[in-house]
Design a protein around this ligand. Structure first.
Ligand SMILES: [Zn+2]
Length: 215
C-alpha cells in the first residue's frame, strides 16, 4: 500500500495552492491508498476530516491527519521541520524539538524529520532547510529519504543517516499543489487502516520510500 504522508492544503497552510476539495480524487488517480494532511502547526480535527471525506465522494482512500511543525531552541535557533503522526492536538511551531519528542512519544506517536537535507543557499554559504545532521543527535523515528527537493547528494546523506541511526525512511511529496500529490510516496508492505497502524509500521521500520520524479 502506497501513501503520501506529507500534504499541505490551502485550508490551513497559507503557502499552499492545493484545494482540499480536489485532493482525494487526485490521490486516488495517482494510485495512492492513503494520504496524511500535514498542515503547518495545525492538525485537522477528526470532524472536519470526516466532512472532507464525505464531500469528496471518494470511498477507498485512507485519509488521516498529522501536522508539520518547525522547532526552535529556547535561544531561537532553528532545529528543523518535523512531521508528527499520532498526536491528537495542534502543536503550533514554536516549541523545541526536545519538547515535541516528549509530547508526541508520550501519546504513542512518531516524529519524522521533514526534508532534513533539503539544500538552501544562504549568504553565509550552504545549509539545509531541515534538521540536517541533527538527525544523528535526537531520538527520531524516521526521516524523509525521498523528497521532490532532493538532489542526489541529499538522497545519499538521508540514506546514510537512515542506515546509521536505524530510522524509518519515508518518501513524501510535500505537495502544495494538486499535480504534486503522490510524486514521492511511502510504501507499506502491510495494509494501513488507521493512524495507530501507521505509527506502528514506522516504529517497526516497515516502510520504504519511492519516487516517481527523476533526480
Ligand atoms: Zn511541508
Amino acid at each position: 500500500m502506497e501513501m503520501d504522508l506529507h500534504i499541505h492544503t490551502n485550508r490551513y497552510s497559507g503557502c499552499s495552492n492545493l484545494p482540499p476539495s480536489g485532493l482525494l480524487r487526485k490521490a486516488r488517480e495517482a494510485g495512492l491508498g492513503g494520504i496524511v494532511l500535514t498542515e503547518h502547526g495545525i492538525r485537522w480535527s477528526d470532524d472536519n476530516l470526516q466532512e472532507l471525506v464525505e464531500a469528496s465522494g471518494v470511498e477507498d482512500l485512507l485519509v488521516l491527519a498529522g501536522q508539520e511543525v518547525a522547532c526552535y531552541t529556547k535561544r531561537g535557533e532553528f532545529q528543523g521541520e518535523f512531521l508528527l503522526f499520532g498526536y491528537p492536538r495542534s502543536l503550533g511551531s514554536s516549541r523545541s524539538l526536545e519538547t515535541i519528542l516528549e509530547l508526541v512519544h508520550g501519546e504513542g506517536g512518531v516524529v519524522i524529520a521533514a526534508h532534513p537535507f533539503k539544500k538552501i543557499v544562504s549568504s553565509n554559504g550552504g545549509g539545509f532547510y531541515g534538521a540536517g545532521f541533527r538527525v544523528y543527535d535526537y531520538n527520531l523515528d524516521g526521516l524523509e529519504v525521498v523528497h521532490p527537493s532532493y538532489d542526489r547528494e541529499s538522497i545519499a546523506l538521508a540514506e546514510e543517516a537512515m542506515r546509521k541511526r536505524n530510522l524509518a525512511g519515508i518518501g513524501c511529496s510535500d505537495a502544495h499543489d494538486l499535480r504534486s500529490v503522490g510524486l514521492c510516496r511511502t510504501v507499506f508492505p502491510d495494509p494501513i487502516t488507521d493512524m495507530e497502524g501507521l505509527c506502528d509500521a514506522v516504529r517497526a521500520r516497515r516502510v520504504t520510500a519511492r519516487s516517481l520524479k527523476a533526480v
